[in-house]
Structures are given as structure tokens and as C-alpha cells.
Design a protein around this ligand. Structure first.
Ligand code: ZN
Length: 451
């Protein structure tokens, strides 16, 4: 137990949140990310004509449609697996979607994924996941035959999942990483909803989901408003699954900005500082679940109680989303490869790979984190249960002003499960994270009040 005088001594040395030392294995994986490979992936997906979910009655052998896309993605994952001695388990989650809005008849949907099983049995049950949707559409949401190239939406996100699988599978991590590609997004998030429900039903411990959708960094000639150095990271603040009692607590403590998905968004931002040059590429954390009028596959995971964020390019070009390929009044419509900035998508892949690898290297977050609120005191005591899995060698208490967007201070408190800091709990937001001997850090967890 950390008593108050000791805490005061430590507190006097408390610094701003220190930058972690990059892990050479993670840096090597990022180095392998290739814009050229990403281009090849997107061009292959586009060559299938359409990947519309309702095209799944066409055989894969036709070389067109959703089944051909699923088969090709599987073959890519298997190829990566062959290069790493069979390290990836390549799987499908196939089901019949019953009629629903935008699904006029029972329709086969196939999610394709690869699992890089964690190397540490005590941590292999922990999962981090990257996803993109391989289905595409044009102007008509139920047109399953006319061209729907979907280079950016969401060939780019699919390419990020594949490229992460390719570069990360050359390395081993204590926790499990899943590289997912889903269909049915454009028809109503059907593929991801099925996958997330399956994960919950099977008790999967998914710590983080990174959903990449429209990460092609539109480079339409003449568009001067695009920022090729920024990717937006959207996250919910209040968990979609919070019940009335939890909402009451969140309202009482001002926890609207500290749900698990928001902590994941902050984690992505911290990883970017560690592994990417800010002049080259950085995330713009947006405190919003998604863009106005839009949704995405991260919702499906949020709705099952999982932390999930969405990455999307800085500025979207709506002429190149959900449009029939055509030219009108000199404007080119359609989601074509020529508008994708492959270097941009490669940077998005690096940010994803760094986040996945950092989380899969790090200890599990501390469990049952609480802030003691038994009496009126000007100091604050936080207690927790050890990070499961045995990787943690210590803990850090983080805090920030209540009006601050990101953690401003970190106090290393040693390998303990209780810390008292000479700070009023009324004036700051606290969180606790686990760290290992190499400096890998878990997701931060905001304490719940305990009386
Ligand atoms: Zn999309």
C-alpha cells in the first residue's frame, strides 16, 4: 500500500505523461508496411466489379462479387500464414442474413478473419482486433450487379486489415490479434453485428476494436482542403451498453468523456506520438461516436459492450462514395482507385499496426479500479485488482483537469494495488494503467466511486 507521505514524495516528482520508448519489434513491423502492397490489394478488390453483399448468390468462380472477394481475402491471409510457418488461423464466419431493410431476401454473408494466437497462454485469451468492410455499393443501395468499385469505401479499410496481418504476423505477441474483414456494412452493419454477437456469446475478451472505414485519403485533383497528415479517430464517450444505474453514476461523476472506447481513442493518440512523426502523420481524436448521419462497424462492437473506435480520413469526398461511376458536368463520380492516396493508407496501417502490437504486448488493464469516496477528504485513494495475466510489473495513476481532453500527468506507483495522491478527486479525472518491464502500457481505466 502506498501511504500518503510516500505519495507526496512521489508526487513532487510527478511529470507530464512521459513518452514511452518505442519497442524495436513494433518499429520493425511498421517499417514493413508497404503503400505498394496496399495499392495491389485495393486494385484487386476493385477488379471484382462489385463486392455488394447481395451479390453473394454469384459463385466465387465468376471472379465477380462478394464470394470472389471473400475467397480472395482468405487466400491472402493463407499466403501470409504460409510465410510465417502457419502462424495465422484463417477462418470464416458465414451466416444467412434474414430479410431486413436493404436486404430484400435471405442473403449469405461471409466475414473472413485471421487469428494470430497470443504466445503467452496466460494472455492469449485477450484479444485486440482490426476490421474493415469488404462489401461495396453504388448509388442504389440494393444494386448488386452494376460496378461498385469501393476503392476507398472500404477497400482501404480492408487493405489496412490485410496489411496489418501481413506485417504483424512476422512477430509474436503475448495477447491475440484478430484481423477481420466483414460484409453487410452497407446493408446495415449486418456482418459486424453477427461477428460481435458471436464474440460475446463465446465469451471473447476483446479489449479493443479498430474499425477502418474510408481511410483512402481522397486525392481528387484540385481538392485543397484535404489534409494528408491527419486521420480522424471517432469514439463513443458513454458506453452504448450502460444501463440506467451506470448512466446515473456517469452523470454524477462527470464520466461522459471516459468510457472504454474514449480511452482507446486516447491510446491510439499516444501510440502515434511514440511511433509516428507528428509532421508526417497524426490522429485527430474526435469526441463523437461517428460523423453526422453516418455509422459504422464499430457500433456493432460497442453495442456488445466492447471498446471500439473508427478511423476515417480527414475530409471525405462524397462524389466518390456510394456513387455510380460516371462523369456529369465535368465531375467524375465513383469510388475509384485513382482517388486513393496509398501513402496515406499506409500511414493509417502503421497507426493501426502500432496500436494492435502495443496492446498485444502490454499487460491487461488493471481490474475493478475504484476511487474511495467514503469520507470528505482532500486527497484521493485509488484501489484496483492486479492486471490479470501476470505481465504487469507496475502501475501508473494518470490524471487530468476535468476540462482537459487527454491525460496530463502520470505517476508511477510501483507494483501495488492502492495509491493515495494529494489531489482532490473533485478537481481532476483519474485513471490507472498497468505497465510491464519494457514500458508497454495497458489501456487506462477510469475508477468507479466506491463508498
Ligand atoms: Zn464504409
Amino acid at each position: 500500500m502506498l501511504t500518503l507521505p510516500f505519495a507526496v514524495a512521489l508526487f513532487s516528482q510527478a511529470a507530464d505523461v512521459p513518452a514511452a520508448t518505442p519497442d524495436p519489434q513494433i518499429a520493425a513491423a511498421l517499417h514493413d508496411v508497404s503503400a505498394e502492397r496496399i495499392q495491389q490489394t485495393i486494385e484487386k478488390l476493385v477488379s471484382l466489379g462489385t463486392r455488394h453483399t447481395l451479390s453473394s448468390d454469384m459463385p466465387a468462380s465468376s471472379g465477380k462479387g462478394a464470394n470472389a472477394a471473400a475467397a480472395w481475402i482468405q487466400s491472402e491471409f493463407k499466403r501470409y500464414s504460409n510465410d510465417c510457418g502457419g502462424c495465422l488461423e484463417v477462418k470464416t464466419d458465414e451466416f444467412i442474413q434474414e430479410p431486413a431493410p436493404r436486404v430484400p431476401k435471405p442473403t449469405k454473408i461471409t466475414n473472413v478473419y485471421a487469428v494470430l494466437r497470443g504466445s503467452d497462454p496466460a494472455n492469449a485469451g485477450r484479444i485486440v482486433l482490426v476490421t474493415g468492410h469488404y462489401d461495396s455499393r453504388n448509388s442504389d443501395p440494393i444494386d448488386a450487379t452494376a460496378p461498385a468499385p469501393g476503392a476507398n469505401d472500404d477497400g482501404s479499410g480492408t487493405a489496412v486489415s490485410l496489411e496489418c496481418a501481413r506485417v504483424i504476423s512476422k512477430h509474436r505477441f503475448p495477447a491475440t490479434i484478430i484481423f477481420l474483414t466483414v460484409a453487410g456494412e452497407e446493408q446495415g452493419l449486418n456482418g459486424s453485428a453477427h461477428f460481435a454477437k458471436m464474440a460475446l456469446a463465446q465469451g471473447w475478451n476483446i479489449e479493443a476494436v479498430l474499425n477502418n472505414d474510408i481511410v483512402g485519403g481522397d486525392r481528387t485533383p484540385g481538392d485543397t482542403m484535404q489534409d494528408p497528415h491527419v486521420v480522424r479517430v471517432f469514439s463513443e464517450g458513454i458506453p452504448a451498453t450502460a444501463d440506467e444505474k451506470q448512466l446515473k453514476t456517469i452523470r454524477a461523476l462527470g464520466g461522459e468523456n471516459d468510457g472504454p472506447s474514449r480511452q482507446l481513442a486516447r491510446y491510439v493518440a499516444s501510440v502515434a506520438k511514440e511511433y509516428l512523426s507528428p509532421a508526417t502523420f497524426q490522429p485527430l481524436v474526435v469526441f463523437r461516436r461517428d460523423r453526422y448521419l453516418r455509422g459504422g462497424d464499430h457500433f456493432s462492437f460497442n453495442e456488445q459492450g466492447y471498446a471500439a473506435v473508427r478511423l476515417t480520413e480527414f475530409r471525405e469526398n462524397y462524389n466518390h462514395q456510394h456513387q455510380n461511376v460516371r462523369t456529369e458536368n465535368g465531375i467524375e463520380y465513383g469510388d475509384l482507385p485513382k482517388f486513393v492516396d496509398y501513402d496515406y493508407t499506409a500511414n493509417v496501417a502503421r497507426l493501426n499496426a502500432a496500436t494492435l502490437a502495443s496492446l498485444a504486448s502490454a499487460p491487461a488493464p488493471p481490474a475493478n479500479v475504484r476511487l474511495l469516496t467514503k469520507g470528505l477528504q482532500n486527497d484521493s485513494t485509488v484501489v484496483w485488482e492486479p492486471s490479470p495475466g501476470g505481465l504487469a510489473t507496475g502501475y501508473e495513476v494518470l490524471w487530468r483537469d476535468t476540462a482537459g481532453p487527454d491525460w496530463q500527468h502520470a505517476q508511477s506507483v510501483g507494483n501495488v494495488t492502492r495509491a493515495t495522491l494529494p489531489l482532490s478527486k473533485d478537481n481532476v479525472v483519474f485513471a490507472v494503467r498497468a505497465v510491464d518491464a519494457q514500458g508497454h502500457r495497458s489501456l487506462a481505466v477510469m475508477p468507479m466511486p466506491e463508498r
